[in-house]
Design a protein around this ligand. Structure first.
Ligand SMILES: CC(C)c1onc(-c2c(Cl)cccc2Cl)c1COc1ccc(-c2ccc3[nH]c(C(=O)O)cc3c2)cc1
Length: 232
């Protein structure tokens, strides 16, 4: 049957996509990736600064998701804490696959590969970046997929999962229609997108181990990262 995005779904998609594009880490922070020290210590410090800035951007973006601020306040926190790593994997994946002339892609990869992360996590991480790149998502799909990730009902400590589920289903319906309209020759494209969410959960588990091994080597995080990742 003919798939059609309604007027209100169009408006919802515009709000989310505009917010996603508006909330980016400041270019002066991103430019720090280009400075010339490349020690493991220096790379870790830079990546910590990027992650901290990215979390701030993520919090601001999340406030623009229609209905999010109407959720129980503690549930809002639980959703942010539960999705921060996954949202940052998605955002950094988009940076890698942007291949902008600014060339941050190469230096970002270089710094991640030399920041004290063990090879067993580096391989799945860059396989994920590659699999995201192969999807050639339009920016609306990127924004909606990040929103679906944030609105995952079964994060730890979420009390009113029903309320989150209702919001997520609204976004999933728009994303499903958008995928059909954007990729008519690939009917299973939406299913492929959702498959990435499963991969994100695996990466999130790896990330917990990455944090533990950094801490074992006495690496320090910022207060914001300690709060969102329950470390220190
Ligand atoms: C605390 C640090 C060391 C950390 O721990 N885990 C990760 C970590 C890692 Cl490696 C991988 C994936 C997720 C996390 Cl969460 C990180 C570093 O996290 C980030 C690194 C870079 C970026 C980021 C975001 C947007 C950007 N735009 C641009 C630009 O050039 O415009 C560069 C850029 C970088 C975001 C998070």
């Amino acid at each position: 049957e003919k798939v059609e995005i309604t007027k209100e779904q169009q408006a919802l998609m515009k709000i989310i996509t505009d917010a996603y594009n508006r909330h980016q880490i400041p270019q002066d922070v991103a430019k720090k990736l280009l400075q010339d020290q490349y020690s493991a210590e220096e790379n870790f410090l830079l990546l910590t600064e990027m992650a901290t800035s990215q979390v701030q951007v993520l919090v601001e973006f999340t406030k623009n998701i229609p209905g999010f601020l109407s959720l129980d306040r503690e549930d809002q926190i639980a959703l942010l804490k539960g999705s921060a790593v996954e949202a940052m994997f998605l955002r950094s994946a988009q940076v890698f696959n942007r291949k902008t002339p600014s060339g941050h892609t190469e230096v970002l990869e270089e710094r991640i590969r030399k920041s004290g992360i063990s090879e067993e996590f580096i391989t799945p991480m860059f396989n994920f970046y590659k699999s995201i790149g192969e999807l050639h998502m339009v920016q609306e799909e990127q924004a909606l997929l990040t929103t679906v990730t944030i609105l995952t009902p079964d994060r730890p400590y979420v009390k009113d999962q029903q309320a989150v589920e209702r919001l997520q289903e609204t976004i999933l319906d728009v994303l499903r229609k958008l995928c059909v309209l954007q990729h008519p020759q690939e009917p299973q494209y939406f299913a492929r997108l959702l498959g990435r969410l499963t991969e994100l959960r695996t990466l999130s588990h790896y990330h917990t181990e990455m944090l533990a091994s950094w801490r074992m080597n006495d690496h320090k995080f910022t207060p914001l990262l300690c709060e969102i990742w329950d470390v220190q």
